[in-house]
Design a protein around this ligand. Structure first.
Ligand code: NDP
Length: 285
């Protein structure tokens, strides 16, 4: 039976350390500040934003919440981003994606000052990650790295297979594993015989967005399996991309959904906000 990787516990440990760091920074006169911008009424985005603000409160990070109407123009959003870029008390800017159709996401990401880009989506930060010298890591892949670290399983030299190649999860995930000296294979929707590739993985990371897609016959016995997926099954229940019941007896370590990768993403965002505040080293305005 696989050992469960407890994302809530790992996350709580990290948050405890972060709260102490924030307290020390406050003593020194710097209060980390995060601006969270939500455009429109997307229900999932509203939940994410609420959770991010709650996490800030828990850690003593100052959050500023901007809610803009669904019909906000790109120009208006870029104006707000420009203003937040100039604000000395705001160290991190998070524009919740997806944005309504009239706004080009790439234009908004490009407008965020790279030193305030706590999602690490800006091309400058992506480039730094490729080069292996970065200040911020994208939150979900960084959270996955912490979960793998928590197992104590060494990554160096291992076969790692990442399923999914999105800019926010799959691609940066593969790079982080490469930096840790894994031998990395990236799979996607055009991969031929996916199971043949995933069965080679000592560490299997799945981010496709298809409920219970990875079945036990696709998993090497004893593998570390990280399930990034967040889906609803046919009964409306939250589930991952990995068929948990089938894979649990085969894998060595496994993340549950919920309670695995999910709690880590926001924690890593808090970490990036603290890093941003340290780098900018500015006092509260
Ligand atoms: P995207 O839809 O952007 O990317 C999905 C990737 O999966 C694509 O690269 C796609 O391939 C690949 N894929 C789709 N179908 C298959 C298939 N049959 N076989 C192999 N590969 C396939 O999704 P995201 O990366 O944004 O998210 C993935 C999942 O992770 C979602 O469930 C999302 O909700 C979840 N998520 C969870 C987070 C968390 O905090 N826990 C954070 C972010 C995401 P191709 O490129 O060829 O189309």
């Amino acid at each position: 039976m696989a050992v469960m990787i407890d994302g809530k516990a790992v996350s709580a440990r990290l948050r405890q350390k972060m709260a102490a760091e924030v307290a020390a920074m406050k003593e020194a006169g710097v209060v980390p500040g995060l601006a969270v911008v939500l455009v429109g009424e997307n229900p999932a985005s509203q939940v994410y934003v609420r959770n991010k603000i709650k996490a800030c409160e828990e850690l003593g990070i100052r959050s500023q919440d901007y809610r803009l109407p669904e019909d906000t123009t790109q120009e208006a959003l870029l104006d707000l981003v420009g203003e937040l870029n100039r604000r000395e008390d705001i160290h991190g800017i998070l524009v919740q994606l997806p944005l309504p159709g009239q706004i080009r996401e790439e234009a908004v990401i490009a407008a965020i000052a790279p030193e305030k880009d706590v999602d690490a989506f800006h091309a400058r930060n992506v480039g730094k990650i490729v080069q292996g010298s970065y200040n911020f890591l994208p939150c979900t892949p960084a959270g996955v790295m912490e979960l793998i670290r928590s197992t104590g399983v060494p990554v160096q030299g291992k076969e790692c297979v990442v399923v999914g190649r999105s800019n926010i999860v799959g691609k940066p995930m593969a790079l982080l594993m490469l930096h840790e000296n894994a031998t990395v294979t990236i799979c996607h929707s055009r991969t031929r015989d996916l199971g043949e590739v995933t069965r080679r993985a000592d560490i299997l990371i799945v981010a496709i967005g298809k409920a219970n897609f990875i079945t036990k016959d696709m998993v090497k016995p004893g593998a570390v399996v990280i399930d990034v997926g967040m889906n609803r099954d046919e009964n409306g229940k939250l589930c991952g991309d990995v068929d948990f019941a089938g894979v649990e007896p085969v894998a060595g370590y496994l993340t549950p959904v919920p309670g695995g990768v999910g709690p880590m993403t926001i924690t890593m965002l808090m970490g990036n906000t603290i890093t941003a505040a340290k780098l900018q080293g500015r006092r509260e305005g």
